[in-house]
Design a protein around this ligand. Structure first.
Ligand code: ACK
Length: 222
């Protein structure tokens, strides 16, 4: 195989620096620990799990996988459409290896995934693929009308048998509901922010203070 066909990574993205990874993991754990003890969560438990369980331990329910990151472009070593074009973008070449501050504005939980929403700045959007939201349309039709960057997220954990790319789809679903004017059912003011319920086991915690996370724009070969 010629080198040029093997030189594209599994994906490009922002990789959180070690110290902030620990902080984000702790914040996520605290949230999960609190969420599954709330009466509102217990009330909606049948929406969350199909099994006739009375309780669920969310910390056990989700499995964490690897270093925390925010994927910009999934390349699959060049097999994914548009990979080469992305790698050739001037912003990608210029900013490769640079440090960024990502703003984590919300945490969300669904029966499939737990993740953090990343609110991208103008500068950061120069690294965001123009079609990232469009690619999700087969699964989340309303993604076609959401602003670019809406899919940006950090996967914090997946339920058994769920692929990490699901986290972005789950986030888009919640944002699509918000765009339609559904504010979600305000459930509780928590220390971290306000918690709202969007039906079908979908929970969103809008952080009072966004978490600022130092991250390096780079790629993973895996
Ligand atoms: O949590 P994520 O964003 O979801 O990070 C991982 C990373 O690439 C390595 O698997 C993401 N990923 C996997 N497949 C795709 C895909 N088809 N489109 C976009 N992101 C993907 C996954």
């Amino acid at each position: 195989v010629p080198l040029e066909e093997t030189s594209l990574p599994l994906f490009f993205g922002w990789f959180l620096l070690p110290g902030i990874q620990d902080k984000v993991r702790c914040t996520s754990m605290d949230f999960l620990k609190t969420l599954d003890t709330l009466e509102a969560f217990k009330k909606h438990l049948p929406d969350f799990t199909v099994e006739a369980e009375k309780e669920v331990d969310l910390e056990q329910y989700f499995q964490a996988n690897g270093a925390l990151h925010c994927t910009t472009k999934f390349c699959d070593y060049g097999k994914a459409e548009g990979s080469k074009e992305y790698a050739d973008k001037s912003a990608v070449k210029e900013l490769y290896g640079s440090a960024f501050e990502l703003s984590l504005s919300a945490l969300f939980v669904t029966p499939r995934t737990v993740g953090a929403r990343v609110s991208l700045s103008e500068d950061q959007l120069t690294l965001w693929p123009a079609d990232a939201e469009k690619e999700a349309v087969p699964l989340v039709p309303a993604a076609a009308t959401l602003p670019v960057g809406s899919r940006a997220h950090i996967t914090l954990g997946c339920a058994e048998g769920v692929e990490p790319q699901q986290t972005g789809f789950d986030l888009l679903e919640i944002l699509a509901l918000q765009q339609e004017g559904q504010e979600g059912e305000l459930v509780e003011e928590m220390e971290l922010g306000s918690l709202a319920y969007y039906g079908k086991g979908r929970w969103l915690l809008s952080l009072r203070e966004p978490v600022s996370a130092q991250a390096c724009f780079s790629s993973l070969y895996g």
